[in-house]
Design a protein. Structure first.
Length: 126
């Protein structure tokens, strides 16, 4: 199928599809005259790339798991990357929970200090 059909079916822009090709993420793309012609497996590859990007993968990371010819993903490597990403998310969640606790303590300290300080005197408007 031509790039227009690919973009409609995948939601990827033509520019993104060309970038995936340039980075070697789609393997060898056929040409029919001057037009690129994408196979069903390349269409699936584009869908996989977009899903991976939505999960936080960078294109450079995907080069490592899409296989040497980019026609069949290296599923074990992809699973390992997903597990690594999941572990990183868990670490970030823990860090953010600790930050939230620190912010709560700081707010409590400030509220306690604010209640000890007398309010400023009201001034008459001129």
């Amino acid at each position: 199928m031509y790039i227009g059909a690919v973009t409609q079916q995948t939601g990827a822009s033509a520019k993104a599809v060309r970038l995936y090709e340039a980075l070697g993420l789609l393997g060898k793309v056929e040409r029919k005259g001057v037009y690129r012609y994408y196979s069903a497996s390349q269409l699936n590859q584009i869908i996989l790339i977009r899903q991976a990007q939505q999960l936080g993968f960078r294109l450079a990371e995907l080069n490592q798991v899409l296989g040497p010819d980019a026609t069949a993903p290296n599923w074990p490597a992809l699973l390992q990357h997903l597990a690594n990403k999941q572990a990183a998310v868990q670490i970030e969640i823990t860090r953010l929970q600790q930050l939230e606790q620190q912010l709560q303590l700081a707010m409590q300290d400030i509220m306690q200090c604010a209640s000890l300080v007398p309010p400023p005197p009201l001034t008459a408007c001129a």
